[in-house]
Design a protein around this ligand. Sequence first.
Ligand SMILES: *Cc1c(COP(=O)(O)O)cnc(C)c1O
Length: 465
Amino acid sequence: MNSLLQRDLTQTDDLLQRVKDFSASFLSGIDTLPVRREQSSYAGFNLPEHGLGADNAFTKFRERFETHLAGNAGARYWGFVTGGTTTAALAGDWLTSVLDMNAADKDGPAYQVEIDALTMLRQLLGLPDTFFGCFTSGATMSNFSGLAIARQWLGVQLGVDVAQEGMGALSSAKILSCVPHSSTVKSMAMLGFGRNALVQLPALPDRESVDIEALKNYLEEHKGEPVIFVASAGTVNTVDYDNLEAIVALKKQYGFYLHVDAAFGAFAACHPDYRHLLKGWEWADSITVDAHKWLNVPYDAAMIFTRHPSLQLESFKNAGAAYLGDPAKDFKFSHYTPENSRRLRALPAWSSLVAYGADGYADIIGNNIRLSKQLGDLIDKSDNFRLLAPVRLCGVCFTTKDPSAVDEFLAALSARGIVFMTSTVYQGVPGIRAALVNWRTTEQDVEIAWEEMQSVYNSMECEKV
Ligand SMILES: *Cc1c(COP(=O)(O)O)cnc(C)c1O
């Protein structure tokens, strides 16, 4: 064994203790760190000829990066849709690396951890047991998986096996949606549908929710053609939902494939006041749910649920690899997911679901929604800002009094590091999105953020005078 590896092996305890001390101090001070830092410039860095050892590597990491670290996991990072990490999820994630199990297989406890986590998630979200679930690396891969199943389903309607024969067997397939997430369109490119296969249906006035009449008209005009519809259950701009109940009624009539992208919006199902937004989703063919957003586990976790595991198997099986067994007989998650070797990414979710339960998650969701509405009310009453859409759930979409000031406002806000939001364009108007999906966020954070927004805005006004 290499002498440094040998030495580190005997010093594992010390190193873990150092990392633990650093982690504890980072987390306890997270609220005082800038929530985000501008991209920094770094000197070049080369592979050492002779290694430094784990201890020195950690020291080097601190020297090179510590002053650039930001509180992205903190309470006032409201950019994109970014959750944090609950304490229990963090413990689960650490254990995942310690155990380093390959969750491809049915052997050992890894399989059962994933099965348990998926069972608890179905219960949390009120999804029936008929939904087969798998963990993926993120909602993009869940949408990819859902569309791979849909592609196989299209083939069945046309009497071809697309996974076997290729996309050439599926000419002119169309995917319908109203406000698809960019990852759906990316998945269309990756799966060979092509981005141009998207048929974008109109939304209802002042909404990001599909016009059901327009969908019905399309289906009527294309009767007999197999169709995939990707519904949004939570758009990233205004957290609007397609009317799943009405879509399901059309599905019963016209028989299309329904994939629901509920990456973060699925968690409305945890709360009695918002559950209705997902009414009917149990009739979907596949559903994407992200874990590293509103479930508040670390990055690298999402789920794909489907009622068609056999089509999923056809899409993702490792055929003809004797050492992986017969996909039809030996269950392995790696025959159902894009990845083969897999991290035990279900463990952080398992740990957090056990730690906080249905009540705990209803509290996180309810709290984030209440705080989003609180911020929305402040904006609504203010002279400096205006809402671009009502606050429906965990997202606040708004603009500055003069929307052409959005970029300047956001740049100044970000530079001060107290709160972070991202820009968007909604119905042609430059806007700002704040997504509150972190378990740490409190009323006090909203107050701090609001003061900061006023102060940044006023300082801009001064400059203009
Ligand atoms: C975030 C998001 C995705 C993509 O998820 P990743 O986890 O970033 O891969 C897809 N759909 C929706 C609605 C999202 O919010």
